[in-house]
Design a protein around this ligand. Structure first.
Ligand SMILES: Nc1ncnc2c1ncn2[C@@H]1O[C@H](COP(=O)(O)OP(=O)(O)OP(=O)(O)O)[C@@H](O)[C@H]1O
Length: 579
């Protein structure tokens, strides 16, 4: 029926049309909502949410700062919606009416222009979405005393860095690699030691044209990225004599990647194949197996890319963030990865689903609070409480029990996983599974398929059950980076590489000892900071819905969408409190 928005309780539901809808987001429509006496009486639209938040800031009612939480599965339209919100504020809260044109160029444009740059480095074509964000982000739009947009800052969460060195079949690496190859001049190719016919292991499906995605070339020095691509073509073969390092395969004998990363070739090639073990003051050199060499190669690429991404975010923040003295309120836009359940799920999905569980808890708690219910005592005793509210409360308890399972103290999945990662030995999946079962068997949210051949555990999340594979989880959680590689990067003659590894967090982690700062502990900390921000702001929820898995325009597959609805039902079932 070409209706793309509706309200469900306090949530705006946004249906992805998968094709541009003329005039749905035009300047005139923005103005209509912005200048309306009562925008809530207009047709449901993302601009109502935007305007409501804006008016709240104007009204200065506590909490004045606002958070717009945009959720939904991959491809549902979260990034699109976040962009719409940013464009809305860049228009209605524009400084242009007040100050010179220069300022407009400097602020709104810069904020909006940061999107394609971040997307180039952080988005990729996946099976679910051609332009899938592989990181979460919270964008804080900073408003001055007159509610004009004067700056912004971005906080990012959990970049999927494994994608740099490993792309699932039919998926691609981050956009930036394709963009730079597409835009490279002959001269640049020469500089990067890349011939026209050279193919790259880490650049799959480059022939794929992506509709609606416009490749462009970024004018920054891409030596590091070219170095990463060249590194992906390095392979190893075992030496006949085990006491000797692996051989570098004929094709990888070239030292282009060492040149591009500006580190001594011999030293890097040794670091990739030989481990330095410290025993007191003495160092012992131990050749790595073929598989270990590949892990070290991938690790090098991942750590460089992750640091580069962080540097980019800091760089963007430095250019868009307003001086603290110039802004007093903010509207935050949260675009996080939705709930994930694949055939094989590991640490990444566990973290993502944990984040969703936290957000869901925040949502339900907010909703119950908005109903002026002081729970639990009042909720249970008052007779007039609707069935819907009681149901919400039960859901809230389920949600809490799942969070206890994941992050609770002293014993939870995370605490046990961290313990396992801190052991000075490789983790054994079967033993770890037994430990999990022994310690957590009291929690009804975890279960085990006794007949499964691979060690796993199943968590009953609010949005459904997800089975997590245990193999490799503790190692991923450690995210170890060989110290030799970091020391080498610190010596790089590439100014940027040298700078980003100079006082590198990875190094301080290494100094603290293995497993001290784990992926889970870092993610949990950053999520806690986010939850605190959300707690002190007025939240607005938008749930994006993917109407069909094939991303077909204007196609609504009822059976596919229905499975998503339980997460929404909570807001439909809880009517206004009736006295
Ligand atoms: N309102 C809309 N109008 C037109 N097209 C849209 C709209 N919302 C989304 N799309 C289309 O759907 C695609 C997927 O949307 P988007 O990238 O925002 O999803 P996402 O939820 O952020 O996914 P991911 O979690 O994978 O990053 C967009 O590239 C765009 O083509």
């Amino acid at each position: 029926m070409k209706v793309f928005y509706t309200h469900a309780g306090c949530t705006l539901v946004a249906l992805n049309p998968f094709q541009p809808i003329p005039d749905l987001y035009s300047l005139d429509v923005m103005k209509e909502y912005h200048y309306a006496h009562q925008p809530q009486e207009f047709k449901p639209h993302i601009f109502i949410v935007a305007e409501e938040a804006y008016r709240n800031v104007r009204g200065q009612l506590e909490p004045v700062n606002q958070s717009l939480v945009v959720s939904g599965e991959s491809g549902a339209g979260k990034t699109w919606t976040s962009r719409c919100l940013m464009k809305y504020y860049a228009t209605v809260a524009s400084v242009s009416v007040v100050k010179s044109q220069d300022t407009v160029e400097r602020i709104e444009r810069r904020v909006l222009d940061s999107n394609p740059v971040m997307e180039a480095f952080g988005n990729a074509c996946t099976l679910r979405n051609n332009n899938s964000s592989r990181f979460g982000k919270y964008i804080q739009l900073q408003l001055d005393r007159c509610q004009l947009l004067v700056g912004a800052s971005v906080q990012t969460y959990l970049l999927e860095k494994t994608r740099v060195a490993c792309q699932t079949a039919n998926e691609r690496n981050f956009h930036i690699f394709y963009q730079m190859m597409k835009g490279a001049t002959d001269e640049q190719r020469k500089e990067w030691k890349m011939s026209h016919d050279q193919s790259f292991v880490w650049l799959p499906n480059s022939e794929k044209t992506i509709e609606g995605w416009c490749p462009f070339f970024m004018c920054i020095k891409q030596h590091i990225l070219a170095g990463i691509l060249q590194l992906g073509n390095v392979s190893f073969s075992s030496s006949a004599d085990e006491s000797q390092p692996c051989h570098l395969d004929a094709k990888s004998k070239g030292t282009g990647y060492c040149f591009l990363l500006c580190v001594p070739a011999e030293e890097l090639q040794t670091c990739l194949r030989v481990r330095t073990l410290k025993a007191g003051k003495q160092s012992v050199l131990k050749p790595c197996s073929q598989a270990e060499c590949s892990v070290r190669r991938d690790c090098l690429a991942k750590v460089i890319y992750a640091q580069l991404f962080e540097w980019l975010v800091t760089f963007i923040n430095n250019s868009i963030c307003a001086d603290k003295s110039t802004w007093c309120n903010f509207i935050g836009v949260l675009d996080v990865y939705g709930f994930e359940c694949f055939q094989t799920n590991n640490l990444e999905q566990l973290c993502i689903n944990y984040a969703n569980e936290k957000l869901q808890q925040h949502f339900v708690a907010h909703y119950l609070r908005a109903q002026q219910i002081v729970f639990p005592a009042a909720l249970m005793s008052e007779e007039y409480v609707s069935e819907g509210l009681q149901w919400s409360f039960v859901k809230y308890q389920d949600n809490q029990s799942c969070l206890d399972l994941l992050e609770g103290s002293p014993i939870s999945v995370f605490s046990l996983l961290n313990e396992e990662s801190r052991l000075n030995r490789a983790s054994d999946a079967k033993t770890f599974r037994v430990r999990l079962e022994k310690e957590l068997c009291d929690n009804a949210n975890i279960s085990w398929d006794k007949f499964s051949k691979v060690p796993h555990f199943t968590v009953a999340h609010y949005a459904g059950k997800v089975g997590y594979q245990i193999e490799g989880m503790a190692e991923k959680n450690k995210d170890p980076v060989p110290p030799e590689l970091i020391s080498l990067l610190q010596k790089s003659n590439n100014q940027l590489l040298h700078q980003i590894f100079k006082d590198n967090e990875t190094e301080s982690q290494i100094k603290k000892g293995p497993g001290k700062t784990t992926v889970v502990s870092k993610f949990k900390n950053s999520l806690e900071t986010l939850m605190k921000i959300l707690h002190f702001t007025t939240p607005h929820y938008t749930r994006c819905i993917k109407p069909n898995p094939e991303c077909k325009p204007l196609t609504f597959k009822k059976e596919e969408v229905d499975s998503l609805l339980p997460c929404l039902i909570i807001c439909v079932l809880t009517p206004q409190r009736q006295h």
